[in-house]
Design a protein. Sequence first.
Length: 283
Amino acid sequence: MRLFTVGLFFAASVLLFSSPGNAGSRHTHWGDGFSIDLDEPYDRVLEVVKETTEDGIIRGTSQYKDTSELDGAIPAKSSTAFHSSGGGGTVLFKVRPDTLSPEHFHESNDKGTVTVRYVVQSLGPKSTRLRIDAVFVEDNLRRSHASDGVPENAEFLVISDRLKDIDDRERQQQVDAATEQQQQKLSKLQEELDEERTQLNAVTARQEQVQSQIQQLQRGRAGHIKTGSADLKASPYNSSSTLQSLSQGDTVTVLFETRSWYRVQVPNGQQGWIYRLMLEVSP
């Protein structure tokens, strides 16, 4: 996301220029806050911001040395710490009372409450504007101290990380769903292939069975012409054409028989029909 990346760069830049080592060259803009347009749907950003208001921490500021954040923060639905409404959208707050002179707030030398305001505004189906402002208000004089942008940027970094985690999970879910769908298609194709192989094996087995029966028939009983001569007919009828004439003693192989005729094969391989009475067949 282009805008998202720009926001991360800007946030990191503010944190860098706010470090003690750059204090001499830093030009601080108190109270500017933080604003960014995200390529994320409004509901998602709002949910992540709501989680951030409930995490109990305000980042980018502290009240003691060697610490980088304030714990003990609580979410709030409203606050009097800001004079403006925030420019429209859904407004959420996170407050940390009883804070002593927090860092990164202009001349904060008293005890009071740090308040962070988050404004989430929809710009379209997949575009959301997020504004973050932080302020410290003294308990006694009620004076307001603007921040230098570090708390706002630190809070945004957490929000951006959480949004990235959601995007990563969503992409992984899409990859997993696509992989599962592809696996289902492969499984279905494999089942169809196995079924076709089974059918092919059945056909092959039947062909082998028929071929075996044919071979058994072709190895039929032996026979020979009894007396005189006999005609080898094209079909089992006296009127059928004669294929060749056989003489007494000629041998044939009986392939099939009916009540009155034998189907035979002669030594030269030709097949035809001989009248039963003209042939003597071995048992």
